[in-house]
Write a protein that binds this ligand. Structure first.
Ligand SMILES: [Zn+2]
Length: 201
């Protein structure tokens, strides 16, 4: 069997034959518009873990849609911290939950704001949900940074550390205090990264 080189139309990314001059799918001339890079399927890939190099394989249109976010106004970090304590955490869940709606839905299971907030109302499940809520928010914000060639801004380690401490804190005063400080660091980190993203847009 002869060796057939894989070839794709650069414009529509459909597979094309070696002897074709015009793409049968989108009618673009294939002269200078051929690529051997296979298109990446968006589904079933955890895009948040991909390097910028790998992400560059996507079309400009895809990258543009990945970069779309509605972080348009800043909010003081200190106000977030004060409102967190004044509202016993309700402000935090709603305000940071709404951030999920401001970010592009890249993965199928990226939650919308309403789901993100309401799932906190389910007892026991909400312990698991807290991890998904915060870690995914970190992934989604960090992804925006990565697409802009910036270092990841939100620390997932701080989130994991904080949440584990919060789970065990009701039984221990000192751990409870550390958990509270750690939580402030976590909110600080995320709000600071959100505010910086406003400048990058
Ligand atoms: Zn084409």
């Amino acid at each position: 069997m002869p060796y057939v080189k894989m070839s794709y139309c650069k414009k529509c990314r459909k597979r094309v034959g070696e002897d074709e001059d015009v793409c049968p799918n989108c009618n673009t001339s294939l002269i200078g518009n051929r690529t051997d890079k296979a298109p990446i399927e968006k589904k079933d890939i955890v895009l948040y873990d991909k390097s910028l190099e790998e992400l560059k394989k996507f079309s400009k249109k895809d990258i543009k849609s990945f970069k779309k976010n509605s972080f348009t106004s800043k909010f003081p970090i200190i106000a977030c911290v004060i409102l967190h304590f004044l509202t016993f955490g309700i402000f935090t869940i709603i305000y940071f939950g709404l951030k999920h709606d401001k970010l592009p839905k890249i993965e199928k299971d990226d939650p919308g704001a309403l789901n993100a907030i309401l799932l906190f109302l389910i007892p026991v499940f909400n312990i698991y949900w807290a991890f998904v809520f915060w870690l995914r928010l970190a992934d989604r914000i960090n992804f925006q940074y990565k697409l802009r060639n910036e270092k990841e801004a939100v620390s997932k380690n701080v989130i994991i550390f904080t949440l584990i401490l919060l789970i065990i804190s009701p039984f221990h005063l000192i751990i409870g205090t550390i958990a509270m400080i750690s939580f402030i660091v976590m909110i600080w980190n995320i709000q600071n990264s959100s505010n910086k993203l406003v400048d990058m847009n």
